[in-house]
Design a binder for this molecule. Sequence first.
Ligand code: ING
Length: 312
Amino acid sequence: MMRKLITAAAQMGPIAKLETRADTVGRLLEMMREAKGRGCELVVFTELALTTFFPRWMIEDEAELDSYYETEMPSAATQPLFDEAKKLGIGFYLGYAELRVENGVKRRFNTSILVNQKAQIISTYRKVHLPGHSEPQPGRDFQHLEKRYFEPGDLGFPVVKGFGGNMGMAICNDRRWPETYRVMGLQDVEMVMLGYNTPFGHVGEQAMDSLTLFHNHLSMQAGAYQNATWVVGTAKCGNEEGSKMGGQSVIIAPSGEIVAQAVTVEDEVITAACDLDLGKRYKETVFDFAAHRRPEHYGLIVERTGAIPPKS
Ligand code: ING
């Protein structure tokens, strides 16, 4: 029997700095209901889905900074998401800023969770690849201080059983690094869910910034194909506090083909019936890792090649 997982990507338009958690959760609930109405069993929300993308600012006041984080999950503000998910029988991926105190020390992560149709958290992920800077950079219209406001993730890239398949998570910049998909590909992942907040002009070089949307899809389509997995990429987009961010949320098949794509820079639900067995044929042929991958031959044989050894 085909393992068809009807999946939604719930793209978000801008979240204003002063928008309340209740207002934002209200928007998420509306899209969760729309997804359920289209027969979805899973809805993938975006990165930092509860607040504006605050790493665009230098925030000196610690209380203000802490206000963007959740200290528990579900929190009072997000409990309605869990309640509605259980009532509707739909699971969800949710990105948010996580603040925890360990031995009196504040730990801060850019986190995502996977919640099943019984509203149980079945997987947690913390963003490994943090782009941008730890100190404000001169000459930028907007900062990108994720290295200041988050630690690199300490949970690896877990793949868990859920929704009838092998489910993995990533967050935003992770999608640009092949290791992200391969570490999960080696765990036989069948769907990678990820949210992203991708400002135009991030690099500050026109030749690269003009390719922001191309690189967005290139990264995810390559990751999907080379690891024979579905990839669901959900944007937060539009003009958010003056910072313009790319949209074009997508659902990508293991072939690398885009099967659904958002066409606005607002809240928009896109859906696809994802056959979780679609990747199997690739894993049995082109990407049969056991038959074709040769990690034992990837090393640098300097004496035979005269290659330049990497700096140790
Ligand atoms: N944002 C961006 C991302 O990786 C970025 C940062 C934008 C990097 C454009 C390179 C090019 O999509 C986050 N939040 O990681």
